[in-house]
Write a protein that binds this ligand. Structure first.
Ligand code: C5P
Length: 416
């Protein structure tokens, strides 16, 4: 039976904090999108936020009283609201809110609530581009990130206030904000701020790491392609873990539904041949290549420039040609590069992983059985056996993919 991935926001209780910015109107769309994905939403509106959008809008959308003033009669009690919520998103977050949250200041409902809330928090700032690039604001962002808060950087584009033109500072699209919240909740992190792992020793400082992630797509015609259900989560977890251990990371990513991590270089590709080209371009000077992608092994021999018509029943034949194997190509002349591969099997045992270790000239291979419920393609956990060339064998998991990533990197560090 096919496993259905339940959305990360289904049944979650989310507090949406709204700060004072022209972009506050987009918070209404964030609330709607959260509810569309099955979350229950309660809104906390700052005094400045209420100058841009009124509480009636959010009460109407969510069916719940809006919290704004700690002392007003009938306001939701802030400690009770902190106990109620599973996670929080502050969108838009202003420079003022970032600074207060980073400094532990609690002088209104939202900032007090944020201190009382032990769960995970995502800030989506929006502001004038000079404000965003100001060292004081960037300092606040750094402090918040070190405290385990996710800060989704503003995007480049037209700024909402008249006469501001374009720049970095625009609130990301509401759907992207909700995606990032979903990724924060579903991916590799624990639910509570206090349970976040202590920062790892920077044992990859000065190293360059290239990671492939996600599926590739091979086009049949302008609207159809061959692909596979790889989510990209294992590769993204490896790239983030390597970044957090001090490495300079290039993540070569096929099309996935994950938000791009910050602090590393992301190269987006579509086909296996594009992925190979991007890897070859990133490799000079690299110490490690980790192939966590599931590149399509075949591509159609011909790509139709026009959409295939259904015709009158009949059959449609597709002739396929083999794609290059990225790891095998690199493995042939890898020199001192450490190459790590995955062997996602459905039926074949660990011997198949050892064959890949030899045939592709890998240093480490992570074997997993994608038929297990807590391993493989679309889930947030993995269960692997890590083999090395010296005959070493280590079972890892089932654990969140980030934890599996750390153990694989421990193996890499042992070889460097
Ligand atoms: O042979 P198989 O596809 O099972 O090998 C899996 C490993 O090889 C993974 O690490 C995957 O990223 C890598 N691979 C590749 N290029 C391909 C196919 C697989 O690098 N075309």
């Amino acid at each position: 039976m096919a496993r259905t991935a339940v959305g990360a926001l289904e049944g979650r209780r989310i507090v949406l904090g709204v700060g004072g910015s022209v972009a506050a109107y987009k918070a209404a769309i964030v609330a709607r999108e959260l509810m569309r994905r099955g979350a229950a939403v309660r809104v906390v509106l700052t005094a400045a936020g209420a100058r841009f959008v009124g509480p009636a809008l959010f009460t109407g959308l969510t069916g719940q009283a809006v919290a704004s003033d700690l002392f007003s009669e009938g306001a939701p009690e802030h400690i009770a609201l902190a106990a109620w919520a599973d996670a929080a998103v502050v969108a838009p977050a202003t420079a003022d809110l970032l600074g207060k949250a980073a400094g532990g200041i609690a002088d209104d409902y939202l900032t007090t609530w944020l201190l009382a809330f032990p769960g995970r928090v995502l800030f989506a700032p929006a502001m004038n581009r000079h404000m965003w690039s100001h060292p004081a604001v960037q300092r606040s962002v750094g402090v918040l990130r070190a405290d385990g808060v996710v800060v989704l950087p503003p995007v480049y584009g037209a700024l909402a206030a008249t006469g501001e033109g374009e720049g970095w500072g625009r609130l990301p699209d509401p759907v992207a904000i909700v995606d990032a919240l979903g990724a924060m909740l579903s991916a590799n992190g624990p639910a509570r701020r206090a349970d976040l792992p202590a920062p790892h020793a920077p044992d990859l400082a000065g190293r360059r790491v290239v990671v492939t992630a996600g599926p590739t797509r091979e086009r049949l015609d302008p609207v159809r392609f061959l692909s596979n259900p790889s989510s990209g989560r294992m590769g993204y977890a490896l790239a983030e873990a390597a970044r957090d251990r001090g490495a300079e990371v290039t993540l070569v990513s096929g099309p996935v539904q994950l938000s791009f991590p910050t602090g590393l270089t992301v190269v987006r590709v579509e086909t296996t041949r594009q992925m190979l080209a991007a890897v070859l371009e990133a490799l000079p000077g690299a110490d490690v290549l980790i192939g966590a992608a599931a590149p399509a092994d075949w591509r159609p021999a011909e790509v139709s420039p026009i959409k295939w018509k259904k015709g009158d029943g009949g059959e449609q034949r597709i002739r396929l040609v083999a794609n290059p194997d990225i790891l095998a190509e690199v493995g042939r002349q890898k020199g001192r590069l450490i190459v790590v591969g995955f062997a996602a099997e459905a039926g074949a045992g660990p011997e198949e992983a050892l064959r890949k270790l030899r045939d592709k000239n890998l240093d480490l291979v992570a074997y997993n059985d994608v038929r297990e419920p807590d391993a493989g393609f679309e889930v947030t956990t993995n269960h692997v056996i890590l083999f090395d060339r010296a005959g070493g064998r280590q079972e890892i998991g089932p654990l969140p993919k980030r934890a599996v990533a750390e153990r694989i990197l421990d193996g890499v560090c042992g070889l460097l």
